[in-house]
Write a protein that binds this ligand. Structure first.
Ligand code: NAP
Length: 315
């Protein structure tokens, strides 16, 4: 039987890469990966080709390249990378371009990697967190949540995938435990005693694969996924065990976090505050059993640490 093609935006990245690897790991699953990238000659693109993916040049800023890249595909995984440009407006344009290209290509199932529009619960007039870039509370969330409308407006059969904080941020995003002036390690998480839904980034793509496999039942639905919901203290305890040295929870406030000064600190400070202040809604939207049903290999934080602890910078 001919395999159903899944065209993957971000196939050289964390989310799409997980999906491409999940498809490659299941050669009899009935699906084939088409990896869309701006750089078909990159090492990451070559790795995907070596695993059997078809590699196709495409750019989110070029509708025609997406339309071509999506043509003949059964499914498309859509994602945007806010952190490449820090522009919510650009992210929304790229989401709309993907939605319209899916429509033009007649795709049967789209997964849009989204997040909450925080302004629904915290309107711009709400002073408990600052308004950023004039129109947003958490720009990299709000732009994705607002973009859900682009997929609805295009009328494409979409599953809205609510992702979670990657534990990989401890490796790649400077969020690992840091030594204080006393040399002792602290893991900063500005959420007090509230729980953060987290996930191994690779598991997002595996869950997306589960959604494509089950197909129709998820069209038009929002599906939230996480590997575990953990407090900062619980994460610090797991880090202590795994690293073999004490790690405390650096329980700063979101107000302090926003002043840290690195690019996006204000956005992330607001994000953590939102997750803290709406813990039950945010965790409730990310049912662990749903994620595990989609991806039976779903990792816990301890399992992820077992594999990755040596990659976490601690200096
Ligand atoms: N870090 C977290 O905890 C977390 C949690 C939830 C959601 N997110 C969201 O995840 C998104 C990023 O996804 P990721 O982490 O999977 O990405 P990533 O690993 O940072 O890689 C970015 C991917 O996006 C592709 N890309 C970017 N701009 C493109 C363009 N103009 N045209 C075509 N492809 C483009 C890149 O492809 P090429 O370079 O090969 O073209 C690459 O594959 C962000 O928007 C972020 O807000 C992050």
């Amino acid at each position: 039987m001919e395999k159903k093609i899944i065209a993957i935006i971000g196939a050289t990245g964390a989310q799409g890469g997980g999906l491409a690897r999940a498809i490659a790991a299941d050669p009899n699953g009935g699906f084939a990966a088409r990896a869309l990238t701006r750089k078909p000659d990159s090492d990451k693109a070559r790795e995907l080709a070596a695993k059997g993916a078809e590699v196709v040049a495409a750019d989110l800023d070029d509708f025609e390249s997406l339309r071509k890249g999506f043509t003949g595909a059964h499914g498309v995984f859509c994602v945007t990378n806010f952190w490449e440009h820090f522009s919510p407006e650009k992210e929304m344009v790229q989401a709309k371009t993907q939605a319209e290209a899916c429509k033009a290509a007649g795709v049967k199932h789209v997964i849009w990697s989204t997040l909450e529009d925080t302004r629904i619960r915290v309107p711009l007039s709400d002073a408990r967190m600052p308004t950023l870039k004039e129109k947003y509370k958490v720009p990299h969330f709000d732009a994705k949540g607002e973009s859900d409308n682009a997929f609805r407006a295009a009328g494409v059969p979409t599953t809205f995938l609510l992702t979670s904080f990657y534990w990989d941020n401890l490796i790649h995003f400077g969020m690992g435990p840091k030594p204080g002036p006393d040399g002792k390690l602290a893991f900063v998480l500005p959420m007090g005693d509230k729980k953060l839904p987290g996930i191994a980034a690779d598991d997002i793509g595996k869950c997306a694969y589960g959604i494509f496999k089950r197909g129709k039942e998820f069209i038009g639905k929002t599906v939230g996924i996480a590997g575990e919901h953990l407090t900062g203290a619980q994460m610090a305890e797991a880090l202590s065990k795994s690293l073999g040295r004490p790690v405390s929870h650096g329980a700063v406030t979101p107000e302090v976090y926003r002043t840290f000064g690195f690019p996006g600190a204000d956005d992330l400070g607001n994000m953590f505050q939102y997750k803290r202040d709406f813990e039950s809604e945010f965790c409730g939207a990310r049912d662990l059993s749903v994620a595990r049903a989609l991806n039976p290999e779903l990792q816990t934080f301890a399992q992820w640490l077992q594999v990755n602890q040596a990659r976490i910078p601690t200096s």
